[in-house]
Design a protein around this ligand. Structure first.
Ligand SMILES: *Cc1c(COP(=O)(O)O)cnc(C)c1O
Length: 228
């Protein structure tokens, strides 16, 4: 097995190559190392290899690790969030990728207000329509962005999605393209306080496709740390 250092460098060169192929600047694509279930020592190896951004699924697990690793990295919440954990999430995470209801957006807004923070968020969209997935429906996203944008302590910066579990590359392309088109549509609505710049999409199996379709945040776990 390769070392974490080699894996990180390998992924970086794939990102550069795919960006070039898509006529994009690789500097606009951030590698978010997904560290769920990964021990702090191994996360430290990834940080030493130049990883700057860490993605965790669970608030409590992230808190424990953050105590060990400190704030040398940018912390992202990529997993489902319950409103009753909004307080802890706001304290720790720079960017919350998984906002999929107005109730959750309002809970985050309220907790961010209490600590004088402008919380950066993304709206998670279930583009593929699979029942097993979290995320608001593509039809509901504009209304959710409009309502959530009224929260004074929120900054909505983009959209997040998960590809369907399939080997069909065309299908994955079309889901990621769908998210990009939604982002463009929302920007054309010119909603006050909303500038959608981020697309969080692509994991170990499909981040190359995601880059071709405009991803600015790729969330990669297994390809860095091995199987969970
Ligand atoms: C686990 C996870 C990832 C990373 O998946 P890998 O296949 O290990 O790269 C990305 N995004 C979310 C939301 C995840 O839960």
């Amino acid at each position: 097995m390769n070392t974490i250092y080699e894996n990180v460098n390998n992924i970086r060169s794939i990102i550069s190559r795919q960006a070039a192929l898509a006529g994009r600047n690789a500097a606009e694509i951030t590698l978010v190392a997904v560290t769920k279930t990964v021990a702090p020592e191994l996360i430290q190896d990834a940080l030493s290899a130049g990883v700057t951004d860490i993605g965790e699924n669970k608030v409590q697990e992230a808190l424990t690790k953050n105590t060990r690793l400190g704030t040398a990295a940018h912390w992202h919440l990529i997993g489902h969030l319950q409103s009753n954990k909004a307080k802890a999430a706001v304290q720790l995470f720079e960017l919350i990728h998984s906002v999929d209801s107005l109730k959750l957006a309002e809970a985050i807004d309220k907790e961010a207000g209490k600590i004088g923070k402008k919380q950066r968020i993304l709206i998670e969209v279930n583009v593929s329509g699979e029942e097993s997935k979290f995320g608001c429906s593509p039809e509901a996203v504009i209304e959710l962005v409009r309502s959530a944008s009224r929260g004074n302590n929120l900054q909505i910066e983009g959209l997040m999605t998960m590809a369907p579990f399939t080997a069909d590359k065309d299908r994955i392309h079309s889901v990621f393209r769908g998210l990009r088109e939604l982002k463009e549509r929302i920007n054309s609505e010119q909603i006050p306080n909303v500038v959608m710049k981020h697309l969080s999409m692509g994991m170990s199996q499909d981040f190359e496709i995601a880059i071709a379709e405009g991803a600015t945040l790729v969330r990669v776990g297994t390809a860095i740390f091995g199987g969970r």
